[in-house]
Design a protein around this ligand. Structure first.
Ligand SMILES: Cc1ncc(COP(=O)(O)O)c(C=O)c1O
Length: 458
């Protein structure tokens, strides 16, 4: 890589057919090693790839590897319960069910997240209500959360997007004031901390993901964390066919009264064994991300019109993605043209993150289950959620004009790659006058966002 920088003296933009700054594919992250292989073989040798049974006996809680993983997770994250499952999508569904959300209930959440977050509410027949985001953290804005509370609100489902978190002090106060359950989607924020606590233990329930794109991964997997015994029990019931499992309990066992529709959200022994090995690496992998991100932040300060990620006092950022804001007034070109030029230089950048979720057809049509409008027209529900364009102006602005991200801060990349990234941005800045004409043409063509939005490994 060193040579690439030194040889690359080309000052003209790669967009105009000259050599890009990054002239090699960036190496993929592969953090699997002999430890994971040995763990898999150990499980294979037992002949038991999953040990769950949907009965209320010790097998209800899964096998040796599942229990070992959960215990390790609890100790590491300093939380009473870690209920493993096969994804964050299912952990979110368990979290919403554990909180007792059902028909007629509203849950306030972020529109700037993976669709699984609000879908978990709909899967439990509840109604997602979207609060706008804070323009500095990109997480839900507590003031808008408070504005959107109604007598039907039961929970706030906040997302620690990109690896950082909202103002949890304020969210906690609001939840306490209105008697709401606070759920954290930590799929992107394992090990991030807030006032001395890990995310996932700040709210009442936390949810983590171990899919391929995350800092630690095990194929597919997730965990629900909580210090609340009832929430943990309900999550365990949902994970493993709860409606039939309660029938195995003693007649006078109060847990028999838990009403829950169970599922198969179980983590296999193989996945759990890999996840336990990955937990041993997550600290190091996260430190690497933080180190590279902080380097990038220091260097990017020299470039005008780019706002680097905010790290709130008393908290940390784990940089699942490194998200920046682009100031079109300072650059004199649109963010989309800037991204186009930067991508031509080979820089791994994407614009906008996801479309604010209330704008996707399912919410626009309020149509989830076939032709019906259930649960929006349920007899239990008397609200009318506003999913109109303009209802959350900050997130729309971020998506359309301002926010861009890179996944460059990750193992095994180094500061050499960070320097290339800075050089690419600097080169676009130096040539921005040339881009103005292109910008105008793009505007006239009304080029679609989708055409130039890249997909990283997430
Ligand atoms: C914020 C957020 N929530 C939930 C999920 C769902 O995770 P999983 O793929 O483990 O179901 C993701 C996955 O990317 C995510 O980023």
């Amino acid at each position: 890589m060193e040579n690439n920088i030194n040889n690359n003296t080309e000052k003209k933009l790669a967009l105009f057919n000259v050599k890009p700054i990054f002239n090699e594919e960036l190496p993929e992250t592969n953090n699997l090693g002999p430890e994971e292989k040995a763990a898999v073989m150990r499980v294979m040798d037992t002949g038991v790839l999953s040990a769950f049974v949907a009965k209320f006996d010790p097998r209800f809680y899964g096998g040796v590897e599942v229990k070992k993983f959960e215990k390790t997770f609890q100790d590491m994250f300093k939380v009473k319960h870690a209920v493993s499952c096969n994804s964050a999508t299912t952990a979110l569904q368990m979290a919403v069910a554990a909180a007792g959300i059902g028909p007629g209930d509203e849950v306030i959440t972020s529109p700037y997240t993976m669709s699984a977050t609000p879908s978990a509410v709909l899967m439990n027949q509840g109604i997602p209500i979207f609060a706008d985001i804070d323009p500095d953290t990109f997480c839900i804005d507590p003031a808008d959360v408070e504005r959107k509370i109604t007598p039907r609100t039961k929970a706030v489902l906040s997302v620690n997007i990109f690896g950082h978190m909202p103002d949890y002090d304020r969210l906690r106060q609001i939840c306490d004031k209105y008697n709401l359950i606070l759920i954290e989607d930590c799929a992107q924020s394992p090990l991030a901390h807030y006032n001395g606590k890990y995310t996932g233990t700040v709210g009442d329930i936390g949810v983590f993901s171990f899919n391929f794109h995350k800092t630690m991964h095990c194929g597919e997997g997730g965990v629900l964390t909580t210090n609340n015994d009832k929430f943990a029990l309900r999550a365990q019931l949902m994970r493993n066919h709860g409606e039939v499992v309660v029938d195995f309990m003693e007649e006078n066992d109060p847990r028999r009264n838990e009403i829950i529709l169970g599922n198969n959200f179980r983590l296999s022994e193989l996945h759990a064994a890999i996840a336990t090995e990955q937990l041993k690496k997550i600290n190091h992998l996260t430190e690497k991300r933080v180190e590279l991100a902080e380097y990038l932040t220091r260097k990017l300060k020299a470039i005008p019109g780019i706002t680097t990620p905010l790290v709130r006092n008393g908290s940390s950022h784990v940089y699942y993605l490194y998200a920046m804001k682009f100031d079109a007034n300072i650059w004199g070109i649109s963010r989309n043209t800037f991204i186009k030029a930067l991508r031509a230089e080979g820089a791994p950048v994407a614009q906008g993150y996801v479309k604010p979720l209330y704008l996707i057809p399912m919410y626009q049509n309020k149509q989830v289950y076939n032709e019906s409008h259930y649960p929006f027209d349920s007899k239990y529900y008397d609200g009318n959620p506003d999913y109109s364009k303009g209802s959350c102006p900050v997130v729309e602005e971020m998506f359309e004009k301002t926010l861009f991200t890179t996944n460059i801060c990750r193992y095994p990349l180094t500061t050499v790659h960070m320097d290339l990234f800075i050089s690419a941005i600097q080169k676009v800045w130096d040539n921005k006058e040339q881009l103005k004409a292109l910008d105008l043409r793009n505007e006239q063509k009304n080029e679609s966002m989708a055409a130039i939005t890249s997909h990283f490994r997430y």
